[in-house]
Design a protein around this ligand. Structure first.
Ligand SMILES: [Zn+2]
Length: 379
């Protein structure tokens, strides 16, 4: 148990015990509250959400007017983009694009990676594309040998496999990814927890009518990214339905459209995809904070696998693209105060993607251990 949980428990016991003894037998209500608070001290839950190749520039700056104005990128509809995401002030642009990030995470959680304030986050791997980035997030080890999106099943233990080996989390771990590479990135066969990716169906895990309906939609859906990656809405619906039905204690969700539409040079679709991911994160967090066992007992990390270029190079990434190593991340969960002030981090500094796995598990009071080197927690 992490020390801050023990501290909370002690306070709860004291605050219950003193009035209990003072009011003695008449305090049924106080007693039942005491039992409830003790029962809530379950091992904390972990939710990691990624949205592929989404830039820090939009997270912290909102819509980029030069891209919205550019006929190469605005899909012939700058009016739509301006109406939906345009605003004269920075704060309004931030909130129009990512309302949950700026109305809630920026107040109750932490936001890192605003390079306009010299608060920097980068990938530590030298490749600046997806498999190396997801490997770095999930294993804490920026292994330079992982240099291709076609790389074999990941030889390194990831943080979800680590949790799945522990009694509190055993068989309560699951991952959903829009891109069909996650079976390899998370090495599903070795890791021992289900990874539903690409066009794989949740009916492997659940056979209720909702699960069947979602999977039928997935199968028949529009496939702009061919068979490699499904639309995010299906990944989200499968993950959300599993979360509500099976109540996993550790959940990974990877959305992919932000990267796909950026490669297509579709700035409108890119912004819409990011705005939708923000709404889904809000939906997930709202459920978490209204569900016993999850409320005030869940750590959320939201981040991305890599950055992208500046100006016209926003469509691209990879080691040759200036700026594509720059990323961001967001945290929510109990006891974040010990990391310093809440909100958008405005201090100069440099953090790395490889630190996220250790940071999350340290927050949970259950530090990640593996056979490979792991980046240090950020506190
Ligand atoms: Zn990409």
């Amino acid at each position: 148990m992490p020390y801050f949980v023990n501290k909370t428990l002690k306070i709860n016991i004291l605050s219950v015990a003193i009035p209990f003894f003072i009011t003695f037998l008449s305090s049924n209500t106080v007693f039942s509250q005491g039992v409830k608070s003790v029962m809530n001290q379950q091992a904390p839950n972990l939710i990691i959400i990624t949205t592929d190749g989404y830039r820090w520039q939009e997270v912290f700056g909102g819509m980029d007017t030069s891209l919205a104005n550019n006929p190469k990128f605005n899909q012939g509809d700058s009016t739509y983009i301006y109406n939906k995401y345009g605003a004269t002030t920075l704060v309004d642009r931030q909130k129009k694009l990512m309302p949950f990030f700026w109305n809630q995470i920026a107040k109750e959680g932490m936001l890192f990676g605003n390079r306009n304030l010299n608060n920097k986050v980068d990938v530590a791997n030298p490749h600046w594309f997806s498999y190396p980035g997801y490997n770095e997030i999930l294993t804490g080890y920026p292994d330079t040998a992982i240099n291709s999106n076609e790389y074999k099943p990941n030889p390194h233990t990831n943080v979800f496999a680590f949790l799945n080996k522990q009694p509190d989390y055993k068989n309560k771990v699951v991952a959903f990814g829009a891109w069909d590479a996650f079976d390899r990135i998370l090495n599903e066969k070795v890791s021992g927890f289900p990874v539903i990716n690409g066009f794989e169906s949740i009916t492997q895990l659940l056979q209720d009518p909702v699960a069947i309906s979602i999977s039928e939609g997935l199968k028949d859906s529009y496939k702009p990214f061919k068979e490699v990656e499904c639309l995010d809405v299906y990944t989200h619906q499968q993950a959300m339905h599993y979360l509500q039905t099976k109540k996993p204690k550790a959940l990974y969700i990877s959305y992919g459209e932000t990267d796909e539409w950026a490669h297509h040079a579709h700035y409108r679709d890119y912004l819409d995809a990011a705005h939708q991911v923000d709404a889904w994160i809000a939906q997930i967090w709202n459920w978490v904070q209204h569900t016993p066992g999850y409320k005030d007992n869940t750590y959320l990390l939201v981040t991305t696998d890599h950055g992208r270029g500046f100006k016209d190079a926003w469509t691209d990434h990879g080691a040759e693209v200036n700026g594509a190593s720059s990323i961001w991340f967001a945290l929510m969960g109990p006891g974040l105060q010990k990391l310093g002030a809440l909100g958008e981090q405005s201090k100069e500094g440099q953090l790395f993607q490889k630190q996220l796995a250790a940071t999350m598990t340290k927050l949970m009071g259950n530090p990640f251990k593996a056979e490979h080197p792991i980046g240090e927690a950020i506190y």
